[in-house]
Design a protein around this ligand. Structure first.
Ligand SMILES: Nc1ncnc2c1ncn2[C@@H]1O[C@H](COP(=O)(O)OP(=O)(O)OP(=O)(O)O)[C@@H](O)[C@H]1O
Ligand SMILES: N[C@@H](CCO)C(=O)O
Length: 307
């Protein structure tokens, strides 16, 4: 078979929430899912070439990730965007070599990166000509948390929200039920307000240069999801309370990365000292840690023709 096109798709990992921005804020980080795609000439006029799309996979999750095109999250996402555009499957035979260094289920957005890679694959192989903004719509219809996919596709620190899919309010409590649940709602409202205020400040503070570490650290506090997840990460509260820009110059703030158990420490310098303190605090609780020092990157996913 002869190649008609060769493509490379790279998609960065990401850290969602960044403290108070539950399901709203994400940051793009420099660890990349890579797809090397060789597209071959069509040999016949088949309805689709799904049975001639060969996946190979290396890296994180290699023993568990399905390699059939209908089951693998990357190719399933590609088939979804093709179907939405009236194309009933892959339009040519291809080899897709996937290299994934992003740990799975660890809060670094592996599934978001896979979805973004799949939508870009569908867009490129089906010649759909979608903009990144339109590709994001498709990603969001697959991964309903917008934070990871938006960061992975767009790059940088990104804020995002989901539009309502419809205005059907079935299931919304009636006003008398609201009264019965008043206490819960008031408590929850206080937590929401706490987060909203910090989120607004955080977005502003992250755009300042040089960064105000104390302001960022304060603004990264959360009451909406971390308190409910701290049992899963022994030592998290102590680390957030005790490892601060005052104790560790260069540190901007610490929070859970996504749903955890990874924790994100934003810092401008002093990486070794910050990570050593955190490693030691986890070691006191008999928890082994893996440290990754990653850059915040401005560019999101890219696709290039390689021949
Ligand atoms: N490169 C990939 N190829 C195929 N499937 C993948 C790939 N990366 C992730 N997945 C799928 O996504 C699942 C992990 O998604 P999950 O939401 O649990 O974790 P995460 O995305 O790594 O974490 P978080 O969303 O908290 O940052 C894997 O079990 C696998 O099914
Ligand atoms: N915002 C999401 C990210 C993980 O998908 C969460 O915290 O669960």
């Amino acid at each position: 078979m002869t190649y008609s096109r060769k493509l490379r798709i790279t998609v960065p990992c990401s850290s969602a929430n960044v403290g108070p921005g539950f399901d709203a804020l994400g940051v793009t980080l420099s660890l990349y899912l890579t797809l090397d795609i060789s597209i071959f000439e069509r040999t016949s006029d088949k309805k689709n070439y799904n049975d001639e799309v060969i996946l190979t996979y290396s890296g994180e999750g290699k023993d568990g990730v399905p390699l059939s095109v209908e089951k693998n999250l990357i190719t399933k996402s590609a088939l979804y965007v093709l179907a939405c555009n009236n194309i009933p499957g892959f339009t040519a035979p291809m080899n897709i070599s996937i290299c994934n260094p992003i740990p799975m289920g660890r809060g670094l957005g592996s599934s978001g990166a896979a979805v973004v890679a799949g939508i870009m694959l569908g867009n490129a192989s089906g010649n759909l000509g979608l903009t990144k903004e339109r590709m994001l719509d498709y990603c969001l219809m697959i991964e309903r948390h917008p934070d990871n996919v938006t960061a992975a596709l767009m790059g940088g620190f990104v804020a995002s929200y989901l539009r309502e899919l419809n205005t059907d309010d079935t299931g919304t409590p009636r006003s008398e039920e609201l009264d019965e649940k008043n206490d819960t709602i008031n408590n929850f409202s206080a937590q929401i307000v706490f987060n909203l205020q910090r989120l607004a400040v955080l977005i502003m503070a992250l755009s300042q240069s040089p960064p105000d570490a104390d302001l960022i650290c304060q603004a990264m506090q959360d009451k909406v999801h971390q308190p409910y997840r701290k049992q899963l990460i022994p030592g998290l509260s102590e680390i957030i309370t005790n490892v601060t820009p005052t104790t560790h110059p260069g540190l901007l703030g610490i929070c859970l990365s996504g749903a955890g158990p990874t924790i994100l420490a934003l810092a401008t310098h002093n990486f070794d000292s910050i990570s050593k303190t955190v490693i030691d605090m986890f070691a006191e609780r008999n928890i082994e840690t893996v440290v990754k020092v990653l850059d915040v990157v401005d560019d999101g996913a890219q696709i290039v023709e390689t021949c």
